[in-house]
Design a protein around this ligand. Structure first.
Ligand code: PBG
Length: 330
C-alpha cells in the first residue's frame, strides 16, 4: 500500500547511508536461525572431505567434537546427524537403521555425554542411508510400501529417542507416519521428544551431492517420485502440512529451500506453525562452486539465507552454518 507520491516521496532517501539502511531492515540473520547438518563416517581420527560439497566434511565419532564445538561457539541451537553407512551394512530392508550401535546412535550418545543440553540433536527418520536400493522405505514388486515402512520408522524413532535424540525428523514422506510415530513415542514415555516433519519434501534434483555425501548415490534405483512431491504442486504441500499438524508435528520443513520460497510463505500464512527451510546440498554446491569460479561474490551466501527469513522461515538448515562468523559479518 503506497501512500505518497514522487517527487515528495522518494524511497531512495531511506537507502542513502549504511546506518539508515540498517534501521529500515525488515529481516536479519542471527546464529539462532540455523541448524547445522553433520555427516558421520565409521573409523577413527578421520575428517574426510566431500568432493561434491567443497568445505563440508564427514567426521568419525571421535572427531565429532571438532565440529560440534564450532557449532556451539557459533551459537547454533541444533545439529542434524547424517550417517554414511558402509556398503556391507546396507541391505534390502535397511536393518542397520535399528542397530543401537549404528553411527547415528553412537553420535547421539557422544554428543549428549559431552554437551548435555547445550545443543539440540535432530535425526532423520528414513531408511535411505541404510538400504541397498537407496530408497527411504521397504520395497516389494518395485513399490515402496507405505504401512510396512512406517512400522520400521516407528522402531527407528523409538531407538533414536532412547539414545537421546531431541528432534525426530521423518524425511520419508510415507502417509500417516507422523501420527503413528507420535503415538508410539507417547506410549513409550517420550512425550517430550519433538517431531519436525519434512512435510513438504519435493522429488528434487537438488539432492544429488547429499546422496554422494551419505554414499547412497550409486545405489539409488529409479527415483523417489512415488513418495516425494511433484515440484509442480503447491496446494498439495498445504494438504501435507495440514495432515502432519493434525497428526502431531511440532514443526514442519520445506525442502529444498530456494526453489520453494513460495511454499514457505504460504505454509506460514496459513498455519502459523514453526516452518523450517532446508537449503539442500545442490543449492550449497551451486552457490559454493559459483563463488569458487568467481562468477558470484561471497555475499550471495548471505543473500540466499536471508531469503528464507523474508519468505517466513523460522530457521534454516544450512551447510554454511558452521561458518556464520564470516557470513553474518556482512
Ligand atoms: C533422505 C534425505 C535426503 C536429504 C535429507 N534427507 C535425500 C533424499 O531424500 O534423497 C537431502 C539433503 C540435501 O540434499 O542436502 N531422506
Amino acid at each position: 500500500m503506497i501512500t505518497g507520491k514522487y517527487p515528495s516521496l522518494r524511497l531512495r532517501r531511506n537507502r542513502k547511508h549504511l546506518w539508515t539502511r540498517k534501521l529500515i531492515q525488515e529481516n536479519t540473520l542471527s546464529s539462532s536461525d540455523f541448524i547445522l547438518p553433520i555427516f558421520l563416517i565409521e573409523g577413527s581420527n578421520k575428517k574426510e572431505s566431500i568432493i561434491s560439497m567443497p568445505g563440508v566434511y564427514r567426521y568419525t565419532i571421535n572427531k565429532i567434537s571438532q565440529i560440534v564445538d564450532r557449532a556451539i561457539k557459533a551459537g547454533i541451537p541444533m545439529v542434524a546427524l547424517f550417517p554414511k553407512t558402509k556398503k556391507n551394512l546396507k541391505n534390502e530392508i535397511g536393518s542397520e537403521s535399528l542397530n543401537e550401535n549404528n553411527l547415528v546412535c553412537k553420535a547421539i550418545i557422544e554428543i549428549k555425554k559431552r554437551y548435555k543440553n547445550e545443543i539440540g540433536i535432530m535425526c532423520d527418520v528414513a531408511l535411505d542411508p541404510y538400504t541397498s536400493h537407496g530408497h527411504d522405505g521397504l520395497i516389494k514388486s518395485n513399490q515402496i510400501l507405505n504401512d510396512e515402512t512406517i512400522d520400521v520408522l516407528i522402531n527407528q524413532s523409538l531407538l533414536q529417542a532412547e539414545m537421546g535424540c531431541d528432534v525426530l525428523a521423518p524425511s520419508d514422506m510415507m502417509d500417516g507416519r507422523i501420527g503413528k510415530i507420535r503415538k508410539a513415542l507417547d506410549k513409550a514415555n517420550y512425550q517430550n521428544t519433538q517431531i519436525l516433519s519434512y512435510a513438504a519434501k519435493y522429488a528434487s534434483s537438488f539432492y544429488g551431492p547429499f546422496r554422494d555425501a551419505v554414499g547412497s548415490k550409486g545405489f539409488l534405483k529409479g527415483n523417489k517420485k512415488t513418495y516425494q512431491m511433484d515440484f509442480r504442486n503447491s496446494d498439495e504441500a498445504l494438504r501435507e502440512v495440514a495432515l502432519d499438524i493434525k497428526e502431531g508435528a511440532d514443526m514442519v520443513m520445506v525442502k529444498p529451500g530456494m526453489p520453494y520460497l513460495d511454499i514457505i510463505r504460504s505454509i506460514k500464512e496459513k498455519f502459523k506453525i514453526p516452518v523450517f527451510a532446508y537449503q539442500v546440498s545442490g543449492e550449497y554446491s551451486l552457490i559454493s562452486n559459483a563463488i569458487r569460479k568467481k562468477l558470484i561474490s561471497n555475499e550471495a551466501i548471505y543473500e540466499s539465507l536471508v531469503a528464507f527469513k523474508r519468505a517466513g522461515a523460522n530457521a534454516i538448515v544450512s551447510y554454511y552454518a558452521d561458518r556464520l562468523d564470516k557470513i553474518l559479518n556482512k
